[in-house]
Design a binder for this molecule. Structure first.
Ligand code: ADP
Ligand code: MG
Length: 511
């Protein structure tokens, strides 16, 4: 007797259909085998399926059971096939048919209940595209799948519940999608108005947020670098619908949508520590998995104490910073994870941290300082448009300002300007594949950033004076474009370029 139960496999964010074929033979010794390029977790599925069926008070068939997962040349990983395998076996024992146009996914516990399983959202997208009508997924994963309209998502709590439903004894009702509030941690920790002084750094954050520019802050410990970065989420525009879908796909693939979770609607702010592993940060691995840079897609990747990150991580980030995605090639597959994030980095100027401090003395020698600064690789600095020095705020000024902090501009106000500037870019790049000023290539800079002779002259003078590289020259134009957008000006004016030049790279040899 041959039974077919459809499910899916994910290769990165791509989904393909997998047919679980179950053969129950009367001849031969009773046994249970899984074939078809299954990994260890899939092979262990046998034990979970057998025990879960017995726990559900159904006799496990004493037959020679062979499970084949087709197509056989696609690697299958994880525990997502427990449910389709169990449903197939139960259909032969209890005599029900597998409903048409349906897909099954889910991990079983020994007691027959279903656990939250990654990939439900990706499966729902696949179902929608290829005309499947019903999805059977664990209850905790059902809301995630139901974010896609037009398919019925059945929340399954246990094997008993699903066979009673398929036997027509007791219906499971499809879930009604509910957008749940996202983790409060995604919110900004600080409001910009809590940060006293630091006008230039706050302005640089606004420009970065408006044009999607990467930014590096260099300054002594305690100068407020971490605080500035952590205030950034409060001035970022919300994700639009398409961006929200893109981010949710990545989160579904990595299993980062919590039980009962829904669409990701907030721009992410990820701040991995410098002790994070290369695979954890960049992604990949023997079973490819999205890393922090992909979880930060369309959001912010904050690398605090940037020069403490190992060289290997900096090197591995070069390609994604250039291409906006990470591509991984393995013998049997090639997967691509989007990784279009804004990099915000912070660093101390020297090992002791006080090289730039107005009052404290630095105990490092010039060679030590040079070596320390070289730890940030040149090609990475090349991808950073905004460079700022963060000086500690004067404690006296601090005291004076503390009473006045209510007069400082709140994040919500800055965010309005950022949203308007992004809107200008959306219109500008409607026919392009890019969406922000920071992504412009040279030909696009030529088209969208026409400079008047006055502006060109300022830039030329500055290039000579500060020995700017050709690349830095282009960065300054992109930054000036964003400053003009924030000023609601079609033309890049002299004051826009003059301001952009304040954020030029400090170390002109490397950038
Ligand atoms: N400009 C500022 N306004 C208000 N508080 C500040 C400012 N600068 C520093 N602080 C205080 O000092 C603490 C340390 O700042 P932090 O951002 O961690 O510095 P850094 O990352 O540069 O070492 C902050 O949590 C905040 O309480
Ligand atoms: Mg810090």
């Amino acid at each position: 007797m041959l039974i077919k139960v459809p499910s899916v496999a994910n290769l990165g964010l791509e989904t393909i259909k997998v047919d679980i074929e179950i053969n129950l033979a009367n001849k031969g010794l009773p046994g249970f085998e899984i074939v078809g390029l299954a990994d260890k977790a899939v092979a262990e599925s046998k034990e979970r399926v057998r025990t879960a069926i017995i726990s559900s008070e159904v006799d496990f068939p004493q037959k020679k059971i062979t499970v084949n997962m087709a197509p056989a040349d696609v690697p299958k990983e994880g525990s997502t096939y427990d449910l389709p395998i169990a449903v197939g076996i139960l259909s032969s024992v209890l005599n029900f048919s597998i409903p048409e146009k349906s897909l099954f996914l889910g991990e079983l516990s020994f007691d027959g209940s279903l656990r939250h399983t990654k990939g439900a959202f990706l499966m729902a997208l696949f179902a929608k595209e290829f005309g499947f009508k019903n999805l059977f997924v664990p209850k905790d994963s059902a809301n995630e799948a139901a974010a896609i309209k037009g398919i019925k998502v059945f929340p399954v709590e246990s094997l008993t519940q699903i066979y009673q439903h398929l036997l027509g004894q007791k219906d499971i009702f499809p879930v009604v999608y509910k957008q749940v509030k996202e983790n409060i941690l995604d919110k900004a920790e600080f409001d910009m108005k809590e940060i006293l002084g630091q006008e230039q750094a706050k302005r640089a954050m606004e420009i970065a947020a408006a044009g999607g520019h990467n930014l590096i802050m260099i300054g002594s410990p305690g100068s407020g670098k971490t605080m500035l970065a952590r205030a950034l989420p409060g001035i970022l525009p919300p994700l639009n619908e398409d961006e929200s879908l893109e981010v949710t796909k990545i989160f579904s693939a990595s299993g980062d949508i919590p039980p009962g979770g829904s669409l990701v609607t907030r721009r992410q702010f990820r701040s991995p520590h410098h002790t994070a592993s290369l695979v954890g940060l960049v992604g990949g691995g023997s079973k490819p998995h999205p890393g922090e840079i992909s979880l930060a897609h369309r959001g912010v990747l904050f690398l605090d104490e940037f020069n403490e990150f190992p060289r290997s991580i900096m090197e591995a980030m070069r390609q994604p910073l250039e291409d906006g995605c990470l591509s991984i090639s393995r013998a049997k597959q090639r997967v691509i994870y989007p990784a279009d994030f804004m990099l915000i980095a912070s660093a101390n100027p020297c090992p002791c941290g006080y090289a730039m401090h107005p009052k404290k003395t630095c105990s490092c020698g010039p060679n030590q300082i040079a070596k320390y600064q070289k730890r940030i690789s040149g090609p990475i600095l090349d991808r950073i448009d905004l460079h700022i020095a963060v000086m500690p705020v004067d404690t006296e000024e601090f005291k004076g300002n503390q009473q006045n902090s209510e007069f400082l501009e709140a994040s919500s106000k800055i965010k309005q300007r950022v949203i308007l500037a992004r809107e200008k870019q959306r219109v500008r790049f409607a026919d392009e594949i890019i969406h922000s000023n920071s992504q412009m290539k040279n030909n696009q800079i030529k088209t969208y950033c026409k400079l008047t002779s006055d502006v060109e002259e300022i830039l030329r003078q500055a290039s000579l004076k500060f020995n700017l590289s050709a690349r830095s020259y282009m960065k300054m134009i992109k930054v000036a474009r964003t400053i003009a957008d924030l000023d609601n000006s079609e033309e890049i004016a002299v004051n826009h370029m003059a301001e952009a030049l304040q954020y030029k790279p400090r170390n002109t040899e490397t950038a």
